[in-house]
Ligand binder design. Structure first.
Ligand code: PLP
Length: 266
């Protein structure tokens, strides 16, 4: 998130800032929190990919008025499906619990003042999640090991940009190992992924920008808006196989496929 650009986007209708920690390095939170305070905005922190990551030594997911985590299959903690919300406000927590559980009212069951959802996590999933929590440090250590190995094998290769191993406020947690094609490469990420697939390597696309989502455009949102950083990332970025069970041989195969793909152009 380009923090300097958030303020330009704030209007009289803005209610919240939603920083999303993506891929491995957290958002620079201090300026976001300062800006939110200045404009009286709520911060909803999306820490789905950043469980166990820290910003200036403090856990990601501890900065938002509300912070969200995902336990989807590809996250550091997986329970099949599900997630977790953290907040530090009893009223907000009660409201979240009520919305999760169909807005049942304790005083009069089956009479609803509001619509909620069934977002209950089953005990079975929770048990899996608790067992996974015990392995969180090991999972993260493994992710960092994989990420750093990819980084050392791809550092200096022409045609690609890599995320830093560390920045002033965090060490890359390498939820996935992403790379971005630079201007010297005449194909986009989709074409690159197709070439990698031919070499037996399944690379995945980066996220697609909010302001280009058909569902929002159909609602008249984001009309005519441009966010060049997100547009470039979505078209030039992809990530390499990054699962915990990846072997060194599979990693070497991915690296060789990337090098060969680039060698056809550079
Ligand atoms: C996975 C993910 C989500 C969605 O999580 P669900 O559990 O599918 O709701 C949201 N934000 C980010 C950044 C994610 O990586």
């Amino acid at each position: 998130m380009d923090v300097a650009k958030i303020e330009e986007a704030i209007t009289s209708r803005t209610r919240a800032i939603m920083p999303v920690h993506t891929f491995g390095l957290p958002v620079d939170m201090t300026p976001v929190l300062d800006l939110a305070r200045k404009h009286g905005l709520t911060v909803i922190e999306d820490a789905a990919q950043a469980i166990g990551q820290t910003y200036e030594g403090r856990q990601c997911g501890s900065f938002g008025d509300i912070s969200c985590f995902s336990f989807y299959a590809n996250k550091h903690i997986a329970t099949g499906e599900g997630g977790m919300i953290l907040c530090d406000d009893d009223a907000l927590a009660a409201r979240a619990r009520s919305l999760r559980n169909l807005c049942f009212k304790p005083e009069r069951r089956f009479v609803h003042e509001e619509l909620g959802w069934n977002y209950r996590m089953s005990n079975l999933q929770a048990a899996v999640g608790l067992a996974q929590f015990e392995k969180l440090d090991a999972h993260i250590a493994r992710k960092r090991e994989l990420g750093r190995r990819y980084e050392s094998l791809l550092r200096g290769v022409r045609g690609i940009e890599l995320a830093p191993v560390a920045c002033v406020y965090a060490d890359n947690i390498y939820w996935v190992f992403g790379l971005v094609l630079d201007e010297s490469v005449p194909i986009d990420a989709d074409e690159a992924r197709a070439m990698l697939a031919e070499a037996g390597v399944s690379a995945r696309p980066f996220f697609w920008p909010m302001h280009e989502q058909p569902v929002f455009l159909k609602q008249g949102l984001f009309e005519g808006e441009r966010y060049p950083v997100a547009e470039r990332m979505s078209r030039r970025g992809f990530y390499l196989p990054s699962g915990l069970a990846l072997t060194e041989a599979q990693q070497d195969q991915s690296v060789a496929a990337v090098r060969n793909m680039l060698a056809t152009f550079l």
